[in-house]
Design a protein around this ligand. Structure first.
Ligand code: GLU
Length: 477
């Protein structure tokens, strides 16, 4: 039987890192097993589901390189099948209409809380007689549909991450609502646990891989598989992602959506690599920097941890830098050029110049977006920062720059032949009678307005090639 897994995101928000990490594990397992990775858009919450969130989720998965098989299944198109399953459960006496009002449920919950008990439905309408039902209906009461969960039920499964699992029916909160409140002759909107089971079975899902926050749902869903006479898949519950304090990562921790990571300048490669490490440890001898394809060739749930995975920005940043430092100039430029254009900067038409700039900045990037500030002085004449100004005030600095300027005036440098650039520097140093280091530092101050920056000769060469070096020198004399 070939492996079929699925990601079942709800389009009620942008692609969250937790969902994306679940997607990574599903994808890795599918690819490792030569199976299929499917998507199901769980859009049954009609008020909160939005097409733009579906687009954001699919876009994010695609960007991360998590390609899926077949067209995504849209859950809301399958509502008749969900209703049919509920009908079957009703007919078999495995589900029933519960007429308890919201006020009655609240009162029950208050009593339980006051008595120090966990809130649970007391199954009071489980065995209504036809007369009792008729009386509730005559009162105009609406009903939810509940699935019977016997307190004595024992639910066991072997989790691919957590091993032997056991739940008692008594711990599942009483008979479970599987359809929202509706008039008594109708079936209201089917709810999560029911629809997931119906859909996973219809999609012939063999392995359900999802976050450990779904463990209690799995217990309930296993009861539904049995009641509907469906074969249950295997389950793997992956550890939660924790913040630095060890609590579940949430919106309050700042960035959690994949599109935000992307906007900050993280690469898809580094993010996918990092998400894989959030809960999975590499086999001995394998580096922590890998591609999804590398990981897919060795992935197994044996190496997925049970303990929560702490989100570590330093490690993500390190991986991102590793990825960027490995990129060749054309790839770097392809990523940087839209960022430069978004600043409103006009890029020189010379493609080779653009690539040379990308190549110059590449080694110092941690985030792609670092390439904005670092490139700025190549496009816009920078102001002179305080330390650049004090460098220019050093004894001999301005005379040395003046000597260089005079040499350039008589024989301009096109910025290409770096030996000639070196020779010009040497001549200026000799003429001004200063140390070479002084001129170099002062030249950097004049060109970039600051004392830090990439390789000086390449910097100067690039500015010379677009005719921007002279003006910057002259303003410092
Ligand atoms: N829509 C559910 C969620 O986003 C899916 C959970 C599952 O994989 O069954 O949490």
């Amino acid at each position: 039987m070939s492996v079929r897994v699925r990601l079942a995101p709800s389009p009620t928000g942008t692609l969250h890192i937790g969902t994306a990490r679940t997607a990574v594990f599903n994808w890795l397992f599918a690819r490792r097993m030569g199976g299929s990775f499917l998507i199901r858009i769980e859009d049954t919450d009609r008020e909160r589901s939005k097409p733009e969130f579906t687009a954001n989720i699919l876009d994010g998965l695609q960007w991360l390189g998590l390609d899926w098989d077949d067209e995504p299944v849209v859950q809301s198109t399958r509502i008749e099948e969900h209703r049919q399953a509920i009908q079957t459960l009703l007919e078999h006496g495995l589900a029933y209409r519960c007429y308890t009002t919201e006020e009655e449920l609240n009162a029950l919950r208050d009593r339980q809380r006051a008595a120090g008990q966990a809130p649970r439905y007391d199954n009071r309408h489980r065995n209504l007689s036809p007369e009792q039902e008729a009386a509730f209906q005559a009162e105009g009461r609406t009903a939810v549909i509940r699935f019977r969960i016997d307190d004595g039920a024992s639910i066991t499964w072997t989790d691919m991450v957590r091993g032997a699992m056991r739940w008692s029916g008594a711990d599942l909160g009483g008979d479970m609502v599987i359809a929202r409140r509706a008039p008594a002759d109708a079936i209201g909107d089917p709810l999560y646990n029911l629809v997931v089971v119906v859909d996973d079975a219809a999609m012939a899902i063999t392995h359900v891989i999802r976050g450990e926050d779904h463990i209690a749902n799995t217990a309930k869903q296993l009861l539904l598989y049995e009641a509907l006479g469906l074969e249950a898949p295997q389950f793997a519950h992956t550890p939660l992602i924790l913040n630095a304090e060890g609590r579940k990562l949430s919106k309050r921790d700042g960035v959690t959506s994949i599109s935000d990571f992307r906007a900050m300048g993280y690469t898809a490669e580094a993010l996918a690599n990092y998400m894989t490490l959030l809960g999975w440890s590499v086999p001995e001898g394998m580096e922590e920097r890998f591609s999804l394809a590398d990981a897919a060739s060795v992935f197994s749930f044996e190496r997925v941890n049970k303990a929560g995975a702490r989100f570590d920005w330093d490690k993500l940043n390190w991986l991102n830098a590793q990825v960027l430092h490995g990129w060749q100039a054309p790839q770097l430029l392809m990523a940087l050029s839209p960022l430069w254009q978004a600043q409103g900067w006009t890029l020189p038409a010379d493609q080779a110049w653009q690539e040379a700039l990308a190549e110059l900045l590449g080694p110092s990037l941690t985030l792609l977006n670092d390439g904005i500030e670092q490139a700025r002085p190549f496009f816009i004449e920078p102001d002179l920062e305080a330390d650049a100004l004090s460098q220019l005030d050093q004894e001999g600095a301005r005379p040395a720059l003046a000597a260089l300027n005079a040499l350039l005036e008589s024989a301009p440098w096109d910025g290409c032949d770096s030996e000639r650039g070196q020779a010009l520097l040497k001549e200026a140093v000799d003429q001004a009678g200063v140390k070479k280091g002084l001129l170099m530092k002062s030249l950097r101050a004049a060109l970039l307005g600051r004392l830090q920056g990439p390789d000086l000769m390449t910097t100067w060469g690039l500015l010379a090639r677009i005719g921007h070096d002279r003006q910057r020198l002259q303003r410092c004399l």
